[in-house]
Design a protein around this ligand. Structure first.
Ligand code: GLP
Length: 240
């Protein structure tokens, strides 16, 4: 795994945006795998700026997001669809019909997971997958467990993740207990992966991942199986 240590969150956001922009310049119809969470917000702002300044073009870009709460309406301001529209899609020249997020309002979660998995597969996987990391080492909503699931599936969130995400809701009781998420294999099918980690609360998860071994106790550690992964982090996440 290649590691880029930045001084600040702003620098990490710019570095990450440059990596995504490079893929878009080399392949104007690239498939971008995208992530939510507060970490990539700065990167999305940089991408929106680059698009405004004419450096990158989203006209022929397709996007596939990692995950979505389940159940949740796409209009709910805590849904990941809402987050993506606000942080990126409404700010760039992307064709919205080419933007894909698992449908949190689908009546049957298992069927929606299967449909989404097949769709990502039909694209041949993402050209680049952007990831954040949970403080417990989760990626997308693949939580630490005895076993990890390779394909897109419905999962229940751990108490730690509900607690970490409660800051976006009025209370922890309002955080959905389930989610639709790409599986470990769906994520690893991307040609290139960039994982962004900032802040000291991510240090333990980053340290475990950088050991270079794989453990289901830290799903991010499975990125060690992929040959083109870049970790972009700040000093706090790297050094603790
Ligand atoms: C959520 C998302 C993950 C994200 C993680 C970290 O649970 N499902 O994709 O990486 O939280 O979020 P943050 O960047 O806000 O710390």
């Amino acid at each position: 795994m290649k590691v880029i240590v930045c001084k600040t969150y702003e620098e990490a956001s710019l570095e990450s945006a440059k990596i995504v922009a490079e893929v878009m310049k080399n392949k104007p119809n690239a498939i971008l795998g995208l992530a939510t969470g507060s970490t990539p917000e700065g990167m999305y702002s940089e991408l929106a700026r680059m698009n405004k300044e004419g450096e990158i073009d989203f006209k022929d870009i397709t996007t596939v997001n990692l995950d979505e709460y389940y159940p949740i309406s796409p209009d709910n301001d805590q849904s990941y669809r809402y987050f993506m529209n606000k942080n990126l899609f409404d700010r760039v020249n992307i064709d919205k019909s080419r933007t894909h997020v698992p449908d949190g309002s689908a009546p049957d979660g298992e069927k929606e997971a299967e449909r989404y998995e097949n769709y990502v597969r039909s694209l041949g996987g993402a050209d680049i997958q952007v990831l954040g990391i949970g403080r417990n080492g989760h990626i997308a909503f693949n939580e630490p467990d005895e076993e990890l699931v390779p394909v897109t599936h419905v999962t229940s969130l751990t108490a730690d993740t509900i607690d970490a995400n409660a800051r976006f809701f009025k209370s922890a009781d309002e955080v959905p207990t389930h989610a639709l998420t790409m599986g470990m294999g769906t994520i690893l099918s991307a040609k290139k992966i960039i994982i962004i980690a900032t802040g000291a609360n991510k240090h333990e998860a980053v340290k475990q991942m950088l050991k270079g071994t794989c453990t289901t106790k830290c799903p991010a550690s499975f990125l060690n199986l992929h040959k083109d992964v870049v970790l972009v982090c700040d000093e706090a996440a790297y050094n603790g």
